[in-house]
Ligand binder design. Structure first.
Ligand code: CXF
Length: 477
């Protein structure tokens, strides 16, 4: 069994050259190319990514033309990895630790981190920034050009650098291809019901949008003991799958005649749902959700990500007279370092059903399309509680083309063609002040059912897959 030292001794502390999927232009195919990942600075760790998944916020930012979008950028923020190098001044993390990066930080020391009313750290505040917290980047391309970060994570790469305030250590025996989902989507949805709304047993819940976040809200509401969970989506096919997440009633918002969805929910519930969740990312749906949460105690939770600058409007008398609450929920209101372990325990105890959120799995080779084995399912469809402007259709994003890894097609030859004449790749790739760059082209983002265990064993020193029950004991102690 390789120790962390054996495994990472060669690369630790040196710049690494590895593959990444780089968003170079808005809406254009990600380019699989070699990048240089600098060693971590003070308070940071460099992570080898084991698994990463696609969240709709990646797609939203991939399409954006203007700031907060920046190019070239490494997107991806839902992942799990293993610490390869620990930066200066880092306590409590060691090479070989399995960690979940999260876009929300937790310094554990500021007033917000100490309060049980907030998960919004003030020391490292959440920003949709193109930089690390210190305002610089750890990524460059082979021409020495800066590549921007995304949401403090940037996981569409073999290696990334993340601040310790943005990582949570997890037991090395937990299955990485499941707990990866706790890095954003499932935690966000389950947390929105559990921590932000604090759904009570017996309540009625309305969920606008049955994409993976909406279904995770249903899962969280089910775990909290909600009695009635109403799902709203433009795609009626979602209802069947949603039932297994606890959704009891369905409203097809593409087929409501001259009524509004809020009218229908108000009628169905005799005055409004106790908790309404907007999981699509449309300001007008927040207004609809607010309009059908119960007067006096109804809570509307905003989970969806709308375009920058989108505004919500309510009449002030409606707010005053009806006594309802509206609340934003970033990462489901969860404090990553304390709440992710709780969710893992609930998964191990077979309460939180993570498996049903997995609909697509692919290995690094498959990212290119050659051996593509796509399965239809939740993760590839954007869900919408209302029609997309103009189209009336549930938008698919099967259209994000990820090309065959260039490595297979002779990436270095291609790069040479693009180099200023007379230069070699090494002259361009190696920053003069950092002469040693370790080439780490190996396993890349993604996962593969067959042989996954072997790959994980290579990546996580000492990984020991046991039965879920055994894992559970270990993970929860
Ligand atoms: C979002 C929340 C708002 C900013 C981008 C990330 N969450 C999950 O994708």
């Amino acid at each position: 069994m390789a120790s962390a030292k054996d495994q990472f001794g060669e690369t630790s502390g040196k710049p690494i050259r590895c593959r990444a999927a780089v968003a170079r232009k808005p809406g254009e195919p990600l380019v699989i190319e070699e990048v240089i990942v600098a060693p971590p600075k003070s308070g940071e760790v460099r992570i080898k990514i084991i698994c990463t998944s696609l969240c709709f916020s990646d797609v939203t930012f991939w399409k954006l033309k203007d700031p907060p979008a920046f190019y070239p950028r490494i997107l991806g923020h839902e992942s799990v990895g293993v610490v390869e190098t620990v930066g200066e001044g880092v306590d409590g993390f060691a090479e070989g630790d399995v960690v979940i990066p999260v876009f929300v930080s937790e310094c554990a020391e500021c007033a917000d981190c100490k309060s049980n009313k907030s998960n919004l750290c003030s020391t490292y505040p959440f920003k949709v920034s193109p930089w690390m917290h210190d305002g610089s980047s750890r990524f460059t391309d082979l021409n020495g050009e800066t590549i921007y970060h995304f949401l403090s994570v940037s996981s569409f790469t073999e290696y990334t650098v993340v601040h310790v305030a943005n990582i949570t250590r997890v037991d090395r025996t937990v299955p990485p291809d499941r707990v990866c989902l706790l890095s954003c989507g499932v935690s966000t949805g389950v947390g929105a019901a559990w921590r932000s709304a604090n759904v009570e047993a017996g309540s009625t819940v309305a969920i606008f949008g049955l994409g993976s976040i909406g279904l995770a809200v249903a899962e969280g509401s089910r775990l909290c003991g909600a009695r009635r969970i109403i799902g709203i989506d433009v795609n009626p096919d979602k209802f069947e799958i949603a039932k297994s997440f606890g959704v009891t009633d369905f409203v097809d918002s593409s087929n409501v005649g001259d009524k509004s969805v809020s009218q229908i929910i108000n009628e169905m519930t005799g005055g409004g749902a106790d908790y309404c969740f907007e999981c699509v990312g449309k300001a007008f749906l927040v207004e609809e959700a607010f309009a059908c949460c119960r007067k006096g105690w109804g809570k509307t939770i905003v989970v969806g990500v709308d375009k920058p600058g989108a505004r919500i409007s309510f009449s002030s008398s409606e707010v005053l007279h009806l006594g309802k609450t509206i609340q934003g929920s970033l990462f489901g209101g969860l404090k990553p370092k304390s709440d992710i372990p709780i969710l893992i325990k609930r998964y191990i105890d077979k309460e939180l059903e993570l498996d049903k959120f997995v609909t697509h799995e692919s290995s690094d080779e498959e990212q290119g399309g050659e051996k593509k084995k796509k399965k239809k399912g939740l993760k590839k469809e954007k869900s919408s509680g209302e029609k997309e402007e103009g189209t009336g259709a549930t938008e698919k994003y099967d259209d994000i083309p990820v090309p065959e890894p260039d490595r297979k097609k002779g990436l270095l030859d291609k790069i040479k063609e693009k180099l200023p004449s007379g230069k070699t790749t090494d002259e361009v790739a190696v920053p003069p002040q950092k002469p040693e760059i370790v080439d780490c082209g190996a396993t890349v983002v993604g996962k593969e059912k067959k042989g996954l265990l072997n790959k994980i064993k290579q990546i996580i020193p000492g990984y020991n897959a046991r039965s879920a029950d055994e894992n559970g004991k270990e993970a929860c102690n």
